[in-house]
Design a protein around this ligand. Sequence first.
Ligand SMILES: [Zn+2]
Ligand SMILES: [Zn+2]
Length: 343
Amino acid sequence: MKVAIYHNNHDVRVEEQPIPKPKEGEILVNTKACGVCVADTMEWYLSPRAPLSLGHEPTGVISSIGPNVENFKEGDRVFVHHHVPCLICEYCRKGNFTMCKTFRSTHIHPGGFSEYFIASKMHVERDTLKLPDHVSFEAGTLIEPLACIIHAIKKAKVQPGDSVVLIGAGTMGLLFIECLKYWGVRDLIVYEIMDWRKKNALEFGAQHVLMPDKEPEVEAKRLGEILKSNGADKVFIAAKDIGAMNLGMQLATKGGTITFFATPAPSESIDLYPSHIFFNEITITSTYSADHNDTRMALDMIANGGVSASKIISHRFRLDQLSDAILQTQSRDESLKCIIRFE
Ligand SMILES: [Zn+2]
Ligand SMILES: [Zn+2]
C-alpha cells in the first residue's frame, strides 16, 4: 500500500508498505477520503517529530476484520476517529475525555493519508461510526472538524437566542456559522480581514461581517451599537494570530464567555486585565479536539443536512499531491477544505 510520509510542509514522500493484518478486535479500513487539517500544516509542531504519517479525518470501507469484532463487517462504510478515551481515568470520569492520556496517545495506523489503516479494538468499540448510505466519503471527512466545533459550542454553553461573535471565517469559521445557526443563536457577527472570506461568511448566514479595527476598544464600541449591549454573550476566536485574540478579549458582554479555539505558537502571549474579567464576570475557556459524543452529533448533523459538505470542500488532491494540499491549506488563498481522494 502507498503511505504518505511527512518530513515538512514541502517534503512529503509516498512510500510502499505492506498492508497490515487486523488482529483481535481490529479492523482494516481501505481509505476513500481524508481531510487536510490546519493542524497538518503546523510545521513548528510537526517537523521536530518527523518523519510522520498524518491524516486524522478519514473515511473508508472495511476491507477485513480481525477475530471477535462485533457490530462491523467487511464492506461497511465508516468514519474512524483517531483519538479515543479510556473512559475510566480521572479526566474521563469528569467528562474531560480530550484530556485523557489514552485519548492523546491513541492513533489509527499508519494514518488517514495511507491507502489502508488499522483501527484498534478500542477505536472499533468507542468511536468508529457507520456512514448512512446517503452520506458520501467526502462529506464524512467533515465529521472530525465539525465535532471539534460542536465540542467548543457545548463547552461555551451556547443557548438558543444568544448573541455570538466569531473571529475568523476560514473553513472552520464557516462550519462554526452553520453549527451556531443549527444551535439557534440570535445575532451572529463575524470578524474577518479577507474579502473573499467575508463574502463566504455572509453567504453561510452571518448577519454582519466586520473588518476588525486596529484598536480593539473602538471595535468593542461599534459592536455594542450593533448588539445594543456592551458585547456578545459568546465570543469564539477561531484565528491563530495574537491580534485576533486581543480583539476577542474585548468583545464579550457582562457575564459572557470567550472561547479560544485556535492556538498560536507556544511562545506567544496576550495581556489579561483581571479587573475587567472580575467586574464583568467574564468566563474564559478553550477547547481542544472532540470526543466520541461530539463525533456522533457531527455525523447526525451532516446526515440531516445541517452542514453543506459540498459548499465546504473546495479542493481534491491525490495522495502523491499531499504536500500541495498542505501548502494550499496553509496559503489562505481562495480555498476552503482540501481533501485527499483515493481511487
Ligand atoms: Zn482536524
Ligand atoms: Zn481517560
